[in-house]
Design a protein around this ligand. Structure first.
Ligand SMILES: Nc1ncnc2c1ncn2[C@@H]1O[C@H](COP(=O)(O)OP(=O)(O)OP(=O)(O)O)[C@@H](O)[C@H]1O
Length: 242
């Protein structure tokens, strides 16, 4: 196991977003976290990455307690993440966005020479790997939504995380890019990275995942390989609302 939670609970006023969620994701695998709208998936990501504090419960990463650690400490421990609404700096170039991932705050104009050669090479390498190197000098705001999602992922990869949490990587992207994102996840996984993916596109989930966890009302109701999850009656019931 790599990322594990025990009885994670988080309420927003009267709304219980996480209701004692105990989940174990598998190291070296592509894990998916699925569930109907409002079932607590993003709140779960926010809790395990330190963006919000759970009311109770624990999270461990590779056996180490990370429950109350701040986001930067969890990132440093090796967990990277993307966001549903994609976080890039709109007025910075693609290259500067990727570099900013290793130097939070970016580079003031006069200090551009301070970028290290190896960081530059690595940043260009990730842009190339993700197929957006031709946009290196374009401002992020001039890029398409799908390109911005790739750019955000390039920034995450720049920190060399062992585990990557993706929040709706397929959301709003065109079918060609969808295929590329799927292939990329499998490639990066084959190189040793663990993934946890929150995603509504079931074709993508079922084609790239090794292990699927299903949330309903703030807690897991099923977990297993796609072939089993696809026909699980509890899962079908949760999605159909019966
Ligand atoms: N900051 C917040 N304040 C109040 N309620 C919140 C907050 N964040 C989430 N919630 C509520 O908690 C519940 C779980 O939301 P969450 O976004 O975690 O679900 P989700 O499974 O990620 O949904 P979706 O698939 O639609 O993104 C929902 O009822 C939501 O309205």
């Amino acid at each position: 196991m790599t990322l594990e939670t025990v009885e994670l609970r988080k309420a927003f006023g009267g709304v219980v977003a996480l209701d004692g969620a105990s989940v174990a994701f598998q190291a070296g695998k592509v894990n998916a976290l699925i569930g109907p709208n409002g079932s607590g998936k993003t709140t779960f990501f926010n809790c395990v990455t330190g963006m919000i504090r759970p009311d109770s419960g624990r999270t461990t990463y590779q056996g180490q307690e990370i429950t109350r650690k701040p986001p930067h400490a969890i990132a440093r421990a090796g967990v990277g993440r993307t966001f549903q609404l994609c976080r890039v700096f709109p007025r910075m170039t693609a290259l500067d966005n990727v570099l900013a991932a290793v130097r939070p705050g970016g580079f003031p104009k006069g200090l551009r020479g301070a970028r290290s050669r190896s960081d530059l090479d690595r940043a260009r390498g990730w842009l190339t790997r993700l197929g957006i190197e031709h946009l290196a000098d374009a401002e992020a705001r001039a890029m398409s939504w799908g390109q911005q999602k790739l750019l955000e992922l390039a920034g995450v990869l720049m920190a060399e995380p062992e585990t990557i949490l993706l929040d709706e990587p397929a959301g709003g992207v065109n079918p060609a890019l969808l295929d590329r994102i799927g292939a990329l996840v499998r490639e990066l996984n084959a190189e040793g990275r663990t993934f946890v993916i929150v995603e509504h596109n079931m074709d993508l989930v079922m084609s790239i995942s090794d292990h699927v966890v299903v949330f309903d009302r703030g807690r897991p109701i099923a977990a297993g390989p796609p072939s089993v999850i696809r026909t699980d009656e509890r899962v079908l019931g949760a999605y159909l609302g019966v």
